[in-house]
Design a protein around this ligand. Structure first.
Ligand SMILES: [Zn+2]
Length: 142
């Protein structure tokens, strides 16, 4: 059990994180209650609908993160089970996937690295373009 100390530091970090997530969860819940309760203005209905959807999604993520903390699986990618880098978790505490899996999940192109190297491979021999023929034509026509 040489990892006890590290584990304790981790536990402390998770406790802090859980408190922060619980706070966010509470404020998002209050926000959702506010959004769903106030239905007076039909002109705002569309905007409010989008806000409600976003808040619900946020609550969903927060609840998921809290559940994973409780289960001890927090910080692991749900798809490939590698540890998600702590820098990423600091930016997105509710992240469920590592960066490559997140990109795959969204179906977007990877942001790092240009597609294909330019001129790094061996070139196939160029097919003859009839240069000799042109010479003969020139000779014949002159
Ligand atoms: Zn992954």
């Amino acid at each position: 059990m040489s990892t006890d100390l590290h584990h304790q530091a981790d536990q402390h970090r998770l406790t802090m994180l859980r408190e922060s997530l619980t706070d966010q969860f509470a404020s998002q819940t209050a926000r959702l209650t506010e959004l769903t309760a106030d239905t007076g203005d039909p002109a705002e209905a569309h905007t409010r609908g989008a806000l409600i959807a976003a808040t619900r999604q946020s609550l969903d993520h927060l609840a998921g993160a809290l559940r994973r903390i409780a289960e001890g699986s927090y910080g692991l990618c749900e798809r490939c089970e590698v540890s998600i880098p702590s820098e990423r978790l600091e930016v997105r505490p509710q992240a469920r996937f590592c960066v490559p899996c997140q990109q795959k999940a969204h179906g977007g192109p990877p942001t790092a690295g240009p597609p294909g190297g330019a001129g790094s491979g061996p070139h196939p021999p160029a097919p003859g373009l009839g240069g000799g023929d042109r010479w003969s034509v020139r000779i014949l026509s002159s």
